[in-house]
Design a protein. Sequence first.
Lengths: 513, 385
Amino acid sequence: MCTHSFRHRKTGSLRPPLALAPMKTSLRDLRFRLLALGLGNLRDLVRRFSRAEPALALVLAFAAAHSLSAAGYGYREKPEPPANPEATLSPPAGLPPGAPPGTNAPADPYLYYANTPDEMIPFRNIEPYFRYWTTRLPFRGPGRDYPVSPGLESLKVGLLSPASYGPEGARGERTRHGVELAFEEANAARRPGELPFELVYREDSPQWGSAANIAVEFADEEVLGFLGTIDGDATHVALRATLKLEIYMINTSDPDPTLTETQIPWLTRVFPDDRQQCFRLADLVVRRHGCQRIGVFRESSRPGRVGVMHFNNYIRRLGFPPVQHLFFKPGDRDVRPQIEALKAADLDAILFYGQPEDVGRFVRQFRAAGIQAKFFGFDRLKEDSFKTHAGDAAEGTIITYFFNPQRTDPPWIEFVERFRKRWGHPPDVYAAYGYDGAQMMIQAVNHAGPNRYLIRDYLANLDTYDGVTGHMIFDGRWDNIVPISLAEFKNGAWHFQPAPPITPLEQQKLSQR
Amino acid sequence: MNSAPPALRPFALALGLVALVAWPSPPAGAAAPADHSPLPFPLIERFENYGQAEGMPSAKVHSVFKTSDGRLWVGTWNGLLLREADGRFRRIGPEDGLSHEMVLCLAEDPTTGDLWIGTMRGLTKYSGGRITAYTQTNSGLPNNVVYGVDVLGDTVWAATAAGTGALNLKTGAWKLYDHTNTVMHEPWCYSIKGAQHLVYIGVWGGGIIEHDPKLGSFKEYRDPDRDFHYDLVPDDGPINDITSWLSWEDGVLWQCTYFGFSRRDHRGWKTWIEGKSPLLSNFTQFVWPHRGVAWIGTDRGASVTDGNAWANYSLTDSGEGLIEVHRPNQPVERRVLATALANGFVLGIHVDDREAWFATSRGLSRGVFAADNPYQRPATVAEVR
């Protein structure tokens, strides 16, 4: 029973509903019968009825009039309730007084979702039936009044880390260093009588579902929240378990754009995701470099699939869909068929997605094969293994990156110094976001006390946060949507460009919450 | 009575016929001043609540299920409860063999009466007082987190965080269904329901999968929008690909998501969204179909609907029970009840002809039906058949 109409975003004009209003079954049957009769022998039917008692004609005319008056295009399935007959009634729990019952506040421009540029929003010229994430979903369950567990000796926080022997093991180790540093500093700053923090460390295994089991272990350990992880699959699985276990999760390094699209109000992600990188890359490739024949070469995996998904959509909306979209398996050495296909496509640009050593190897092979296209990639290409494998072929590659690690503001410089002193090497982005995520959790526990629900409320209501990685802005999905940076590999080194400034429009996005 | 001029009769009749055929008819009750037809579901007149003061071992209750022998089972954060004849609850915990204290879901084997219990760490069978635990290390269970369980014929189906497991009760053999041998993109399965010869699997991010075990076939139902920003048009398929729960009864499939609620029947798909329909909240987490209507658990209360008429049970900020009855094109009937659900965060429901049970985040609630209970009317032809 659709009441929908499409409102043009520019003109505001209403189009008629796409479908007719549904019919009452009995009348529909009658109409079909009449239609069949009428089509078969309408003239005979009319003649036969006209000889009959005139009352029949009146009955038919009355029925038609009834249909006319009652049909009413665009009738509402849910009529507006009359003025509240019992004015003393409170609104349903969970809604602020005076709030509308739905979350479909039409907004022009549509802002509170992922900071997506207007021209890259799908179906942007029509008003969809319903928009999600125009407000943040609250957690409406109880728990905020739960007493503190008796005999509490420490404030436990979990860290879900990738398996040390898996493909993300080294990055997980760097995350752990950042997280541990934050908790060591927090414990050093505890005053007498304050409970210390205790990090409960668990390693995931490269097997679907193990992260769910670890989330249960965290619950058994009575952690107040947990951090993790890098692998998108594991993070998804753990997130679903957190909804049942009701433990808040801060993700510090999973770039999967679908992670936060699950409407589970128990997650904040401090790590800008692949969606942020995709629309930056789309803008860069199409607008700034004027590329029109664009190819995508990515790892055949779930991270690869969801990683480039939005790039393909965005360049299509900018008028230049990918002319080639080819895959490789992690560790592939021989990609000659793909090289031939990409070469034949006469591309202006190629976007790579994969582990840096794989992409480095392919970049070298592509250049050796005579491919002249400009190369673009994601943040991971900044890791040394890319330039090691790519050699001179890395020259001119442009990537998106979260922030400029060569910046000199005091929070970053001081963090680098403390980190180097503790671990003997400088931090990378995994360590830095791990540190910021841990600091956010520490801040939440300090603010809310040892109650998971109050910790959730604190974290889920953060609009901004200033960490060592820079300023963060959280959208309706609890994702950090701060504009990200770019880097170009020139003369054997990465040269960073400053991130675009936060515009008044982006500030307005937050004010709409 | 004056007759119409004979010359005009054919013209008037033709006009009337054309108008009748061409114009859409009103929805049920659209023009009537008041619809006094009985609702297709009973209304709850009061709630009886059971919390920790009444012997519940935890505030949070995940599931409730009444077996065919009339016994009530309750899955809580701290063990499984059996309601004794005297109304007291007996707890069964890990110390009795339960695979984990947090119980997520319950199902009965209609042939044997065995109870299958999905927990956060394994699947447990309760058979005549004997408890057997199945985990991913001692059996073919795909993952220890068992979100959904159902029994169809000789097979127990378990929806887990890493695929669906099927235990053949005759042979003891397990079969695993995941992204390697089905149409699943990811193996994150969150609910399962046997439907005559079919099995429906609710998949996180994969919509709904219809599986025919005999044919070995898989069919996918996905949200045609394929984007999470919005619902582009209503009634075009599942409201969203993230299925949080599903159920099936008599050819009708119901889907819960955190983006709204969906139904598929012989006419196709129908979707409901908060604010555009009487649905209490887009965050729907459980559905229990009974006699053609769906009882829906949301984060804001419980609803019952046949798709046209709705009754919503929620709480006011002051904790009063609130009932809203929505009939198509009629003013909403809204009134305060003497009692309320234990909590608006409803995680599980069991309804039969006599009563409704609700597992909530702050205890168990029993809904007592008003005297005018349509389930107690004489059986229809369809029911007899």
